[in-house]
Ligand binder design. Structure first.
Ligand code: MG
Ligand code: MG
Ligand code: MG
Length: 317
């Protein structure tokens, strides 16, 4: 019997956490098969799983191009082998990680606090997406990137880098996007716009998703904060939900005892973010040299990346 290894992204998964898990599990299974003698079964089988709802664009890509949707899991049993993709922070990871066994990490975030007993493969590169690193690994191992796999990888590079507009996008990402678009037979920018449109209209989305679908906790000193991001092509439509969003942010604040909840409503067309803050605004005011508005938010031109332009300065505080 072979043992199952979970390949898992962060809580409240975005398309990169889903797509990188699917594509990396596929790569690992191809390599495991390759290492096996005729008629033998690989000792390890890699299974992509997820820790929250499937983003609309992930659902579309996976279903259209014939991939199984990663199974939703609540936690890891003791001893469960895990490959972490797109995160390396315990707060953002699968519940039970403390007693599970992390066997690999592939990521593009700051190095945080996941610890292991044994040496592992830990590949962290400051590129635009985890999918970019996974693409590079396909190439390094000489595993063919099929047009379907190219669609999945490309979708994640494009959503994570906001179609290469985010300051997190590197020259490497640009090169990989060109290669993957060629394999997939698509125009990268058109494909990117199509993906963002799958997220649907602002008026229809549940407020829990509007605020929470891409929310991450961070430890700042002895406090915990929540930084959420909602990307949109319709800022006006999104801001029409402000009062509801703030009420939900307040619920989260009370329930989890956060110091503050910051929601970035990011306009990917105008290339900037509206900051909405509930709770203690002191740190955000100081770091960004603004005076947070209780209503209407604060427009921050050029802010597209939570990681680079928001979380990093807040953590450096
Ligand atoms: Mg992510
Ligand atoms: Mg990512
Ligand atoms: Mg993201």
């Amino acid at each position: 019997m072979s043992e199952t290894v979970f390949v898992v992204g962060h809580r409240n998964p975005d398309n990169d956490s889903i797509s990188a898990a699917v594509a990396y599990a596929n790569l690992k299974n191809v390599l495991a098969e390759r290492a096996c003698a005729e008629g033998e079964e690989p000792a390890l089988v890699y299974k992509p799983v997820r820790l929250g709802p499937l983003p609309a664009e992930s659902e579309w890509v996976l279903e259209t191009f014939g991939f199984e949707v990663p199974e939703l899991v609540e936690g890891a049993e003791a001893g469960q082998k895990l490959v972490l993709v797109d995160h390396n922070e315990v707060r953002q990871a699968i519940p039970g990680i403390e007693d599970a066994e992390v066997v690999e990490i592939i990521d593009h975030h700051r190095i945080a606090d996941v610890m292991t007993a044994n040496p592992i493969m830990y590949l962290n590169l400051p590129w635009g997406s985890t999918a970019s690193i996974v693409t590079r690994l396909y190439k390094d191992y000489g595993v063919e990137i099929t047009p379907e796999v190219a669609r999945v990888l490309l979708s994640a590079i494009l959503t994570d880098t906001v179609i290469l507009k985010s300051p997190t996008a590197t020259a490497v990402d640009e090169g990989l996007v060109a290669e993957l678009a060629e394999i997939a037979g698509v125009d990268a920018v058109k494909y990117g716009v199509e993906l963002f449109k799958k997220r649907g209209g602002e008026e229809a989305i549940e407020i829990e998703k509007f605020v929470g679908a891409d929310a991450k906790e961070f430890q700042v000193g002895d406090k915990v904060v929540l930084i959420a991001q909602h990307e949109t092509v319709d800022l006006e439509g999104a801001m029409a939900r402000e009062a509801e969003a703030r009420a939900h942010m307040n619920d989260l604040l009370q329930k989890n005892d956060y110091d503050f909840v910051l929601l970035l409503v990011t306009d990917i067309v105008a290339e900037g973010s509206q900051f909405l803050v509930e709770g203690n605004t002191e740190l955000v005011n100081r770091v960004f040299e603004i005076e947070c508005n209780a209503e209407g938010g604060n427009w921050m031109p050029g802010v597209l990346s939570r990681k680079k332009q928001v979380a990093a300065p807040i953590l450096a505080g």
